[in-house]
Design a binder for this molecule. Structure first.
Ligand SMILES: [Zn+2]
Length: 271
């Protein structure tokens, strides 16, 4: 016999179960995953209304497997790709992604590059909307996620950079529950430009610039971001000594929680 008390407790149980199940249903979460692709950057973004984006793709096609681990099986559309700058450890994986996924938009700075994968990518974008990054061209990804372009402030199409790391598209990504500062391989010169732009740089989570090298993540830049968590995308036993111990020490002295792909594999933030 169901007493009113039993019915109420049954209803509460069902609501609780529903609450636990909901995050696994399509379109119910904001997710940013720093994929474990070895030495390089590859960041996957999913919006609560099921839009998908990637910022960089790592150095090889192993990004395909890593992407399939986070992206729902039913979706073959990537609404936005961003190549922060034309270096192999950030873009080579996009060649295979462009062949296998329906890509809507690709954002680049437009600095010339001899990287053969970069050249190949530019032959694969016939049906893709090519966007040149500029600070006033922010992007809304679905209804809930906003990509705020910080650098370049103005178009830099065709510009040569002596240090291509300082030609990295830098963005802040906002979604329900979390905010991220993602500055590619930007080093001190670009960080200074960002500070001088006067843009708001604040975010809760910061991806360490240039894989945690000591030529990035300057004190003023970190002060302006004010993040409590730093994610370092670097490969296990990489040849570059990333992350640098001075950068690590600085993050730790600031009380930041340090998350690392080389120590823990994929690093997820799911809201
Ligand atoms: Zn890099």
């Amino acid at each position: 016999m169901f007493t009113p008390a039993k019915i109420i407790s049954l209803l509460i149980t069902l609501i609780l179960i529903g609450g636990f199940l909901l995050p696994d249903l399509p379109g119910a979460r904001f997710q940013v995953s720093f994929l474990d692709i070895g030495q390089g950057d590859a960041i996957y973004i999913r919006t609560p209304d099921d839009y998908h984006a990637m910022i960089d793709s790592g150095p090889s096609m192993n990004v395909l497997e890593r992407l399939s681990e986070v992206m729902p099986r039913y979706s073959r559309t990537l609404d936005l790709l961003i190549i922060t700058h034309p270096h192999a450890d950030h873009l080579n994986g996009f060649v295979e992604i462009l062949k296998r996924y329906d890509v809507r938009k690709l954002m680049i700075v437009g600095t010339p590059s001899h990287n053969p994968y970069y050249k190949k990518i530019l032959t694969l974008v016939d049906d893709v909307e090519l966007i040149y990054a500029r600070a006033d061209r922010d992007i809304k990804l679905g209804s809930y996620v906003y990509i705020d372009i910080i650098w370049p402030e103005d178009w830099r199409i065709g510009d040569e950079f002596e240090n291509k790391n300082d030609a990295s598209i830098a963005v802040r990504v906002f979604g329900p529950g979390g905010s991220f500062m993602l500055s590619g391989d930007a080093e001190h010169d670009e960080e200074r430009e960002m500070l001088e732009s006067g843009f708001d740089l604040s975010a809760e989570i910061y991806k360490a610039g240039h894989h945690g090298s000591k030529t990035a993540s300057g004190d003023e830049f970190l002060d302006a971001i004010g993040a409590s968590i730093v994610v370092i995308q670097s490969g296990k036993d990489n040849d570059f000594g990333h992350p640098h111990k001075e950068a690590l020490k600085n993050f730790m002295e600031r009380g930041m929680v340090v998350r690392r792909n080389d120590k823990e594999g994929r690093v997820d933030f799911i809201y």
